[in-house]
Design a protein around this ligand. Structure first.
Ligand code: FAD
Length: 381
């Protein structure tokens, strides 16, 4: 049984479903096996309009809101978690902050080609020694003639090697804490900026995860996104929206794992599998409701941060749990390399970490709920 998708306009979801069945599903296993996506995939996603989702037509985008973006990401992730994650990062934490905080010149130079899929975007916050506590960034910047100089490195950066632009965060002085951090648009080819390594991972094979290095990388004055010192609020604002995208990717994996679980249960006909499938269905649909609520709140211009954390918690938890029980039901065959149940579990396991770990979401969500006495403020239209 395939639970009905309820988010997004039918148009975007239908377009994504068609794309998946015609183009993505046939190559998804190869993407996982080879750890590579076809080099023209972004351009193809661009032609479908997916790389311009959430970006107004005025800036070369395809319009579409958070609901339609989530619907597309869910559909793509149902076939390839890697492709969906790459697109989510590109849209939510690179293009969206340029749209929100960029000047018209920055939007013209970066947002238009990002929207068209002519190039890919990345987001560089995490460092070898800094993740959850982003105020402790060690990558430094200083003023230089006609601009800035960046020194330091970034770790686990999605799309890092292929991205034509990375939104990178650096501090003027670590002693200033959050007030010292600024955001920079760093184009590939900037002298002193390089990709140090591509990291091998257990899951989302095909999605490039990289270490980036800045060795006195010189940036012009107009590389600064937003005002100096505004970097951490730009990063956190981008990540709040990004969590809906990552939650939608996790939801797609959870749905694929649920479908695979049902297939395995049909094959072996064990009575005890019925309860597993029932529990998985409830987890899946609860996560779907939270992802939908978060996307709707954002589209309505209401506060959505609590809902986004709840959606990410629920969807990443559902993906891991359903894929894990699904592997049990698939039995020993499911552990073999190349089996879908095995791939889905490896892919699912990444989502509790990316764009804010489960523990961090629990802390954010718990604190907000206690302070506000409940999520009702976000529900109020
Ligand atoms: C596949 C992949 C893709 C990624 N892509 C990007 C990207 O494109 N750009 C980017 O900037 N980053 C990216 N990341 C990095 C990711 O966002 C970080 O890994 C994540 O934010 C956690 O940071 P950390 O790894 O430094 O862990 P840490 O912050 O060191 O945390 C380690 C553990 O401690 C827990 N922990 C930390 N602080 C607390 C606390 N206060 N209370 C309770 N528990 C706590 C965490 O939950 C975690 O379990 C990616 C990571 C992966 C795995």
């Amino acid at each position: 049984m395939r639970p009905a998708g309820i988010m997004g306009t039918p148009d975007w979801r239908q377009r994504a479903r068609r794309f998946v069945s015609e183009r993505l599903a046939p190559i998804a296993a190869d993407i996982d096996r080879t750890d590579q996506v076809p080099s023209d995939l972004m351009a193809i996603l661009g032609r479908e309009g997916f790389t311009g989702l959430g970006i107004p037509a005025e800036w070369g985008g395809s319009d579409g809101n958070s609901e339609s973006t989530a619907a597309v990401l869910e559909e793509l992730a149902g076939a390839s978690a890697a492709v969906a994650t790459d697109l989510s990062v590109h849209l939510s934490v690179c293009a969206a902050p340029i749209l929100r905080w960029g000047t018209d010149a920055q939007r013209t130079r970066f947002l238009r080609p990002l929207a068209a899929g002519r190039f890919l975007g990345a987001f560089g916050l995490t460092e070898p020694g800094v993740g959850s506590d982003a105020a402790r960034l060690a990558t430094r910047y200083e003023r230089a003639p006609n601009g800035f100089r960046l020194r330091g490195s970034k770790m686990f950066i999605t799309n890092g090697a292929s991205a034509a632009v990375v939104l990178a965060f650096a501090t003027r002085d670590p002693a200033l804490g959050s007030r010292g951090i600024s955001a920079f648009l760093v184009p590939q080819g900037t002298p002193g900026y390089s990709v140090a390594q591509r990291l091998d991972k257990m899951g989302i094979h095909g999605s490039e995860t990289t270490e980036l290095v800045f060795e006195d990388a010189h940036l012009p004055e107009d590389a600064l996104l937003g005002a100096e010192g505004e970097g951490l609020s730009i990063a956190l604002g981008a990540l709040a929206g990004g969590r809906i995208g990552i939650a939608a990717c996790a939801l797609g994996v959870a749905r694929a794992a649920f479908e695979e679980m049902c297939r395995s249960a049909r094959l072996r006909s064990h009575e005890e599998d019925r309860a597993c499938v029932a529990r998985a269905y409830v987890e899946l649909e609860s996560a779907r409701a939270l992802v939908e609520a978060a996307a709707r709140a954002k589209d309505a211009g209401r506060p959505f941060e609590i809902a986004a954390s709840a959606a990410k918690l629920a969807a990443s938890g559902a993906a891991v749990s359903i894929a894990s029980v699904g592997l049990d039901i698939a039995g020993p065959a499911g552990t073999r390399a190349g089996h879908l149940a095995e791939r889905l579990l490896r892919d699912a396991r990444v989502f509790p970490i990316v764009e804010g770990t489960t523990e961090i979401q629990e802390r954010l969500l718990g604190r907000s709920l206690i302070e506000q006495g409940g999520p009702s403020a976000e529900r109020t239209p």
